[in-house]
Unconditional design. Structure first.
Length: 396
């Protein structure tokens, strides 16, 4: 079951949404609708699904509709048409009690401006959501301490918000959401008010927390680098519509429109693309039983000076250069054995390019991309990496 499903959602601001909806159905653009009806299209025919335990990023420039969409998910905004399902249940026709229960138990919100209560201590702010839930005071103590420990603020429980840095205040906001044990966290540009260095630290902490807790996170941002860093999937919005939806590498390597291409053209690809995105599939391999003549012939036909050696299960054994293969032939040896290089540089498929460029610059041979079982998935050669950094498609 999807954690969140949005079906053909449209949100109209104005006193005559039906007129605007009819014009949307006839294909009129947002500007025309606004001029003719004085109605503003906030979001337009948006559909997406969010899987349990993923960080789903909704991004776009100011006015794109991203925050409007987020506020529909906890019923702060009332959509004009469409449907929203939370864990399979529609929230469109919830009564006041149902909306209250949704906000208390299923969904927690983390705001851009921290939204802390200045007269309450850190512990008191974290307790607020638990009080709303009706959690008894003795039980609240343990939940508060556990939540503060998750964000590294257990020693600051008796401090007040004005005594904390911006990053620490945002940690309090995150702890308040975690304490309620909500399944879904809505984060509305939570780090945009922070200094760049603290912002990066908070992104890292969110990723680390997610690896432990596996919450469903819907994260709003206008920063593409942030979206690429933390998002499992990204929905890029413009004029209230989703113009592209996919994983970070898909959006970087295959922009769906000119608008998306312009959006991603200046991004630091080395911090977003993984080894899997730019590797060459493991075609250039040989098996020990094939012998050096076959290996050398394969190198010649492929125009390469070395080849990876694997067993029949594709486990990486080493790297055999053309010179070593020639030496084996001269000595009438078949098994590459001691002749092949066994300390081959390897990376996992999800290693970011920024973390392997130094290794690539130092090693004279291609880097092997291997999975957790040591099986060869592909190779990294300078040409494929440069092409990926330049925005070209991967060559398989």
């Amino acid at each position: 079951m999807n954690a969140v499903e949005i079906r053909n959602l449209t949100m109209i601001y104005g006193n005559n949404p039906e007129l605007a909806l009819s014009m949307i159905n006839k294909g009129y653009d947002n500007d025309t609708i606004r001029k003719k009806t004085r109605q503003v299209v906030g979001i337009r025919n948006v559909s997406l699904t969010v899987e349990p335990g993923e960080i789903f990023v909704i991004m776009g420039l100011s006015g794109s509709g991203k925050s409007t969409l987020l506020r529909c998910l906890n019923a702060l905004n009332r959509p004009s048409s469409g449907d929203i399902l939370i864990e399979g249940q529609s929230i469109m026709n919830l009564n006041k009690k149902g909306i209250t229960d949704l906000r208390r138990n299923k969904i927690a919100m983390i705001f851009q401006n921290f939204a802390l209560l200045p007269h309450r201590t850190v512990a008191g702010n974290v307790a607020y959501g638990l009080e709303i839930q009706g959690v008894p005071a003795p039980k609240r103590i343990d939940l508060i301490q556990n939540a503060l420990a998750m964000v590294g603020l257990e020693e600051w429980s008796n401090s007040y918000p004005h005594q904390l840095s911006g990053g620490m205040q945002q940690r309090v906001g995150i702890a308040r959401a975690l304490a309620t044990d909500a399944d879904i966290l809505l984060m509305d540009e939570p780090f945009s008010a922070l200094d760049p260095l603290i912002r990066q630290e908070m992104q890292d902490e969110l990723i680390a927390l997610q690896q432990k807790l596996h919450k469903t996170v819907i994260f709003i941002t206008h920063d593409l680098d942030e979206a690429l860093k933390i998002g499992d999937h990204i929905a890029l919005m413009k004029d209230g519509e989703i113009v592209q939806l996919g994983d970070p590498e898909e959006i970087l390597l295959n922009p769906a429109t000119d608008y998306v291409a312009r959006f991603v053209e200046n991004v630091d690809r080395s911090k977003a693309l993984s080894a899997a995105a730019v590797m060459v599939r493991a075609h250039t391999i040989t098996y020990p039983r094939e012998g050096p003549m076959v290996a050398l012939h394969r190198m010649k036909s492929l125009g390469i000076s070395g080849i990876f050696v694997v067993d029949r299960s594709q486990h990486l054994l080493g790297y055999l250069s053309a010179e070593d293969a020639d030496q084996l032939i001269r000595q009438y040896e078949r098994d590459p054995g001691e002749y092949m290089q066994k300390d081959v540089p390897t990376v996992s498929p999800d290693t970011l390019l920024c973390d392997l460029l130094n290794t690539m610059a130092r090693t004279p041979i291609p880097i092997a991309v291997v999975d957790d079982n040591g099986q060869l998935q592909g190779t990294l050669v300078r040409g494929s990496v440069i092409a990926g950094l330049a925005g070209e498609r991967r060559v398989s």
